[in-house]
Design a protein around this ligand. Structure first.
Ligand code: FMN
Length: 227
């Protein structure tokens, strides 16, 4: 069995999304001892920004007239889709940046979608169990001043579950910048609770990910502020 893990944090140390993903991975491995975890770190080993346009234009260019870049981009997109299709379970760890989806993850989605197997919202991951670990420095739940400003999480759900068809469980953590950004000092205690809840949710999600593929999954387990 194979778990495919994709990290989009630009950090390798002190990353809240990686902390959640590490727990999910640990729980998955506990039910699949000795099995394989394939990784891609798009926040650090970034996908080339030119690849998407090259893959799109390459797709409408006859094979013998494609540029080397178009060929490389098409092959890269195929590799990304191969990784997802080869996995028995998938783990995405994607933070919120600038109120939107990580540019590295958007590049990833755009490239994947150029592959004919994933084009046009094809649910090519239909039935495949997946966990999304997503984290935010602030809080965006109903009643907060920035409710509705998280333009990442709804997009991630739309793509991974609604378009690609994955059986998605979302583990969320908010206020990761409490204790770092002084403006969030009043929320330090709440942030600690949300942190603990997120780690618990990660254990539950990791165990479920390691269970039978058709096991009942929670739509969301997590520690958001109520959105
Ligand atoms: C460049 C940058 C932009 C960010 N933008 C936001 C933002 O718009 N809203 C927010 O709540 N947090 C924002 N954050 C905070 C991150 O979401 C937070 O630090 C998160 O924990 C990062 O993920 P990581 O811990 O896995 O690295 C931003 C962080 C960085 C580095």
């Amino acid at each position: 069995m194979t778990l495919f893990r994709l990290d989009a944090s630009i950090r390798t140390h002190g990353s809240a999304s990686r902390e959640i993903a590490d727990i999910v991975e640990e729980e998955w491995l506990a039910t699949h001892p000795g099995d394989t975890v394939e990784r891609r770190h798009i926040g650090v080993d970034v996908l080339p920004a030119w690849a998407w346009a090259a893959a799109v234009t390459g797709a409408t260019t006859v094979e013998e007239e494609r540029t080397p870049q178009q060929r490389e981009a098409i092959a890269l997109a195929a590799t990304l889709v191969d990784e997802l299709l080869a996995a028995d379970a998938i783990l995405f760890a994607v933070p919120l940046y600038n109120f939107g989806v990580s540019q590295h993850f958007k590049t990833y989605v755009d490239l994947v979608t150029t592959d004919p197997r994933a084009a046009g919202g094809t649910p090519f991951l239909a039935g495949k169990p997946a966990v999304l670990a997503t984290v935010r420095g602030g809080a965006y739940g109903e009643g907060t001043p920035r409710h509705g400003w998280d333009h990442s999480t709804p997009y991630l759900r739309r793509i991974l579950a609604d378009c690609w068809g994955a059986e998605l469980t979302v583990v969320e953590r908010e206020f990761t910048l409490a204790g770092v950004n002084p403006a969030l000092d009043p929320f330090i205690e709440q942030a600690k609770q949300l942190h603990a809840l997120a780690l618990q949710a990660a254990r539950v999600a990791g165990r479920a990910l390691g269970a039978l593929p058709d096991a009942d999954r929670l739509a969301t387990v997590g520690a958001g502020s109520g959105d």
